[in-house]
Design a protein around this ligand. Sequence first.
Ligand code: AMP
Length: 300
Amino acid sequence: MTSGPVGIPTPSTASRPVEHIGTIAGIREAVAAARARGERIGFVPTMGFLHEGHLRLVDDAARRAGCVVMSIFVNPTQFGPTEDFSRYPRDLGGDASKARSRGVDFLFVPEVAEMYPTPPALHVTADDLATRWEGAVRPGHFGGVLTVVAKLFNIVAPDVAIFGRKDFQQAALIRRMVRELNFPIDLVVAPTVRESDGLALSSRNTYLDAPARASALGLVESLRAAERAFAAGEHEGERLTAIGLESLAARPEIKVDYFAVVDPTDMRAVGQAASDSVAIVAARVGATRLIDNMILGEGT
Ligand code: AMP
């Protein structure tokens, strides 16, 4: 059942209101009607507190599909017990207005009880691809992500789904899931949107005060240091990793979880880097945990 258009002023650019739907039956009905009109369905799953990175995914979806669905769901099962689930930033009114201004047709905003009416007894898990890097630091995280994305794919049944490269390992896992579980969905992974100084946009950047915001630049600086060294001819994976870690060491206030140069498909650390190898980094700036990555050959 739809709850109707969100009650906030319509920006002059909007041609029609975005519908805010809280139930699985409601979004299925809306998508079925769009499909019956002959429209392709594009899907952008998010946890909300939207920024330009999310909105570029919407632009991409709108280029590929006549009907764009965005989900906003802060999924409890992908947060560890000591992580920021309860304080994760939320702004549904602002999100609805941004989504509308960029052409989202349906916002699927389920409550936790709609997605998990009973404690889940089944999970989508992955082998070692899910246990490296982010998976090692955040045990169970990718099981939560894959399970909720599989549920959302089954609920929305999109033709195309757009994810951000910002969450590189997540995108690699979802690509595997789509292939191995035969979801009939085209997967698009879009480039990372950054601030003008290079900081990757993230909903969690809102946690950063001015000094932490300055320190957070250490992540992209470390990636650029590795990228520059690669462009200058250094292809030894261990050496590139050392260069990234040296760059991070210049900011002792940053606590590094990992820096690595990996293969984009299996996420294993590479011996010899190639232009599609990816430098990945995760670090804590005060209480805020941030991740970023860069394809080494991207800038060249
Ligand atoms: P989140 O709301 O953080 O779960 O992110 C929802 C989607 O937006 C995921 O596919 C992210 O990879 C993507 N995303 C987050 N930040 C960015 C960014 N800075 N640039 C591009 N995509 C992003």
